[in-house]
Design a protein around this ligand. Structure first.
Ligand code: UDX
Ligand code: UDX
Length: 446
């Protein structure tokens, strides 16, 4: 049955959560203190790039189930559930900054007027549920009737709408049968298992899931390093491993490492939280170290291919932290371009979607009209984000545009043999470098 929901925080997570809860039949108000963001949404725009989200928002604005506000009071007028989906950015020491969560909980406390579920959607360290409860008790009326619930998100950017509407699992951490019943009713329209736990376990499921996925990526990237030193091919190693269902094919793509707003932040928050609980999470520190090292692969490999870098032109294809998003948070491209500029390279950057967000963050970089323009006169092309459209490019045309045919495939998007046949010298993560034998070079088709 239709429930009334307020979602506080209308970013990558809150907006998808609110729009999809409306999509499955609930009446939702999405609240954000960023007035610009709400103004865009009220005019029918979408402030983030997320495939399919625009249609879901329009459909539910039209049927009246989804609306937007800048004040929590407006959002909570009829709310039976209040989702907290504000950001939990890492502090300098890695600990999650929960001040936004606390500020929202304080304001919600003062507005409680009926039994309400306060649902923590943001990724938070274990024990946050307890702290939210304390804040609600401290700032709410003594007779305030509420339950706190942990309901972590497992949304991947680029597939967030699908991930919400067709979840592998919904996790709810509750402290009462009443809260459990209310959460089951809310998510009843969704298929897939609803896993009920206590609050602390639900909070740890989120951090443990993300950290495990990050660990899997750093593992295959470490294997890539061994492949490069032994002449093996990491894509073959990953293929052979992935057929074992205990390992699984996904998240075994070697490349320039993980970025985004979640893995880096959740790893550092988990390490910090474990430390506070008296456990030194060495394993995750290694995951971080391998990941930081991975994005240095481009400059290290360029030095092998071009010897000196000062004054050399390098095309960078892809800026967003992964395809199908405009999100630049912790994107490898940002560190890679900074390193290239430090080496005195002239960088020609392209991304299908994230260029406008990147411009203010990348000084002294040429922003190309398209991938071909980026490749013009380049001494090397570095593929950093595996956007599908790069696979469709006419690589013969790219070969004719570059100054020297050096191609670095940071995400193993291309088949090296195809590029070698066009006369490229190919460097790919975890794979043997490839180029035509010297004798054949003269005959390469232009
Ligand atoms: C963030 C975290 O990255 C993620 O780990 C967590 O699960 C949910 O919150 P995301 O949606 O990517 O996810 O963050 P962001 O895109 O920064 O959105 C947060 C939104 O909350 C912003 O739009 C911000 O304006 C808003 N906000 C923040 C408020 O409305 N009120 C506040 O007090 C603070
Ligand atoms: C992740 C989790 O998947 C999601 O469940 C959680 O809710 C939020 O964090 P997201 O960060 O949006 O989602 O993207 P994801 O597709 O998981 O990729 C994360 C990073 O890992 C990207 O930088 C991607 O390039 C990298 N990655 C992913 C690899 O390097 N190799 C892989 O095989 C898979």
């Amino acid at each position: 049955m239709k429930k009334h929901v307020a979602v506080i925080g209308t970013g990558y997570v809150g907006l998808v959560t609110g729009a999809c809860l409306a999509e499955i039949g609930h009446s939702v108000v999405c609240v954000d203190n960023n007035k610009k963001k709400i103004a865009v949404l009220k005019k029918g725009g979408v402030p983030i790039y997320e495939p399919g989200l625009g249609e879901v928002i329009q459909r539910n604005r039209k049927n009246g189930r989804l609306s937007f506000a800048t004040s929590i009071a407006d959002g909570m007028k009829k709310a039976e559930y209040v989702f907290i989906a504000v950001n939990t950015p890492p502090k300098p020491d890695g600990e999650a900054d929960l001040s936004y969560v606390e500020a929202v909980a304080r304001e919600v406390a003062r507005l409680l007027s009926r039994y309400t579920l306060i649902v923590d959607k943001s990724t938070v360290p274990v024990h946050t549920g307890e702290k939210v409860k304390q804040v609600l008790r401290l700032h709410g009326r003594p007779d305030a009737d509420f339950d706190v619930v942990s309901n972590p998100e497992f949304l991947r950017e680029g597939t967030a709408v699908k991930d919400f509407l067709h979840p592998d699992r919904v996790v709810v951490g509750v402290e009462s049968k009443r809260a459990e019943r209310a959460m089951r009713e809310l998510y009843a329209p969704l298929k897939g298992p609803l896993i009920v736990t206590d609050i602390k376990s639900a909070e740890l499921i989120k951090h443990s899931s993300n950290s495990f996925l990050a660990m899997k990526i750093s593992f295959i990237n470490a294997v890539a390093g061994i492949c490069e030193r032994t002449g093996a091919d990491v894509t073959k190693v990953a293929e052979g491993m992935g057929h074992d269902p205990r390992i699984g094919k996904s998240f075994l793509k070697a490349g320039l490492g993980f970025g985004g707003s979640c893995f880096p932040k959740d790893l550092s928050a988990y390490i910090k939280m474990a430390e506070e609980a008296g456990y030194d999470f060495e394993l995750l520190k290694s995951v971080q170290k391998i990941n930081a090292e991975q994005r240095r692969w481009v400059v290290k490999r360029l030095k092998k291919a071009l010897w000196t870098l000062r004054g050399k032109t390098v095309a960078v294809w892809g800026l967003a932290f992964k395809p199908d998003t405009d999100d630049l948070r912790n994107a490898p491209a940002l560190d890679i371009i900074a390193e290239l500029c430090e080496e005195g390279c002239l960088v020609r950057a392209h991304d299908p979607v994230a260029m406008n967000l990147a411009k203010p963050r990348l000084k002294g970089v040429y922003f190309a009209r398209d991938a071909y323009d980026a490749a013009k006169g380049a001494d090397a092309v570095a593929l950093v984000t595996e956007w599908g459209e790069y696979k469709e490019l006419d690589m013969k045309k790219v070969r004719a545009l570059v100054h020297t045919p050096v191609f670095l495939d940071g995400r193993n998007l291309f088949d090296p043999d195809g590029l070698v046949a066009l006369g490229f010298q190919v460097h790919a993560v975890g794979r043997p470098s490839a180029a035509l034998p010297a004798s054949a070079v003269g005959r390469t088709p232009l």
